[in-house]
Design a protein around this ligand. Sequence first.
Ligand code: NAD
Length: 463
Amino acid sequence: MNSSAYNVTKNTPFEVFNPSTGELIGHAPNMANDELNAAVESAKSAFVSWSSLSDEELQKNCLAVTKAIQDHSEELAKLVTLEQGKPLNGLGSRWEIGGAVAWADYTSNLSLPAKTLQDNQDGKVELYRKPLGVVGSITPWNFPVMIAIWHIMPALRTGNTVVIKPSPSTPLSTIRLIEIMQEALPIGVVNVVTGDDKTFNLGAAMSAHPDIRKIVFTGSCATGQKVMQSAATTMKRLTLELGGNDAGIVLPDVDPSAIAEGLFWGAFINNGQTCAAMKRLYVHESVYDAVCESLVAFAKNIPVGDGMDEASILGPIQNKAQFDKVSQLVSEAKERGKVLLGGDPGEGLFFPPTIIADLQNGDSLVDEEQFGPALPIIKYSNIDDAIRSANDSPNGLGGSVWSSDIDMAKKVAARMECGSVWINKHGAIQPNAPFGGVKSSGFGVEFSEEGLMEYTDIQVIFS
Ligand code: NAD
């Protein structure tokens, strides 16, 4: 590891706990302004030579990083499980690291060649994409490694250098990820800072830092707004991937038992702690009872337990604040609707998959982003009402339509106010398709060439 001076901090390191057991699993450095400045300086110095590498050299380095991560997959998966709680198994931490490697590989193989816009007797006009400089990445606790990769790889691939700050709830896997990347890269190209957010707010300081040219932020809408405010004075580029309250709409022509598994994983992947998980389900009255029944029949067999146990498919909620929020929303929903499954908090931070029917817009579990394992189901009789209710949200991240008539489903999809709509699945992001929110869910996209462009300035040369 090419460790840097800023890894030494005078503040007492902060503790990191395993959400499955409550046990202390490690400490992370509690950094403040001096350490942040040192990290930014390190990235700024490295930018000079990194940004002058050829496109082929950048790609080669990114592929080397990808291989290094792949070689440490199991170690990273175990760290993610220990600090985040998601099981090793199922759509858990091994799946997260597999996704991170797939995204890193795909992004390494993208490129943004110069474009000739005009070449005639009036002259030549060429469009070049130039790296921005130091990119600041701020990540949440739900997919600590995958989201770090989504931020870092396009930045590196386009010639930028990076300072990343993970959530105080899940810093350890990011610290290890960056150590692994540093072994494959020149000194200073990627840097990590960690802090507890209480002693000093590193994210706020990064958003205002004069030597950071762009912030790529994934997190809540409220924090995203703060990032945008503090970024204004230094005119930073921003990509803001914020919260979602995705709706799924089930049309009358579905086969309820055929869609049950897709509906379940659309809503409960990572225990619902997923930005583009399905957080509200609108079902036509003609299939309402059958869809509820099939979904519950599938959900009740999912094993929930300690993430390190290979038998577990879902784990605990990651932290107490989120657990309390989910408990509060479920307890309010129980007063208003009918509990079909779960509903009562378990031991520690465990909360069973919970399905509550007969709710409607205006109920808090429908209106707010629960970010946990609790799905509200709403009955509708008219598709226009269902679409109006689905769109009646400040968020606009993802959505889904479930039907055996794809053309009909696409017509409904086109009327939904969100960045991605999936037909007969939900949240199935992929590295070759741009992903991002509309309305309060943020702006800018990640993935594909469109995502790569967000890490560049355009320069046009007229000759
Ligand atoms: P959060 O907003 O509380 O924290 C996100 C990050 O911001 C953390 O690293 C935190 O330390 C940092 N931060 C805290 N104060 C800050 C400040 N003033 N300025 C800058 N950064 C600051 O979010 P969370 O609870 O960690 O994550 C859950 C949220 O993230 C949910 O709303 C979820 O929908 C959203 N999310 C969105 C996407 C997406 O792609 N759209 C993906 C995953 C999660």
